[in-house]
Design a protein around this ligand. Structure first.
Ligand code: HEC
Length: 97
């Protein structure tokens, strides 16, 4: 029993380390502080999009199923995050609008 408890605590610690929050601050250089700009003059304005839509597009960039001519730029931004991290970030994005 003790061993199981120790093992699960270790597993939890590991998953906490592996979990990285999407850093929304780095987005501002292209999308604006409140996601009010067209990134590099090319993207749609993200401000005002519902969280599910943001999550869908970000995961689309990661998996190569969404995007326009400059989708590789966004793949570089978001590709390192898990789908769960993207979902969690998308739920908080309207606090930045
Ligand atoms: C180096 C500039 C740059 C940075 C930094 C950047 N983006 Fe983008 N983003 C773009 C460009 C360019 C596009 C349009 C890509 C395309 O052609 O589909 C885009 C598109 C998007 C879209 C979809 C908008 C649409 O046109 O449908 C979302 C959502 C988005 N970015 C979110 C983010 C988030 C969140 C971050 C920070 C983690 C971020 N971006 C960082 C340049 C950037």
């Amino acid at each position: 029993m003790k061993k199981i408890v120790i093992a699960s605590i270790a597993a939890m610690a590991l998953s906490t380390v592996a979990m990285a929050e999407v850093n929304g601050k780095v987005c501002a250089s292209c999308h604006g502080q409140h996601f009010e700009k067209k990134a590099l003059g090319k993207s749609n304005v993200v401000q005002g999009l519902p969280a599910e839509e943001v999550a869908m597009r970000l995961k689309g960039y990661k998996h190569g199923t969404y995007g326009g001519a400059m989708k590789s730029v966004m793949k570089g931004q978001i590709g390192k995050y898990s789908d769960e991290e993207i979902d969690a970030f998308a739920k908080t994005i309207n606090t930045m609008y």
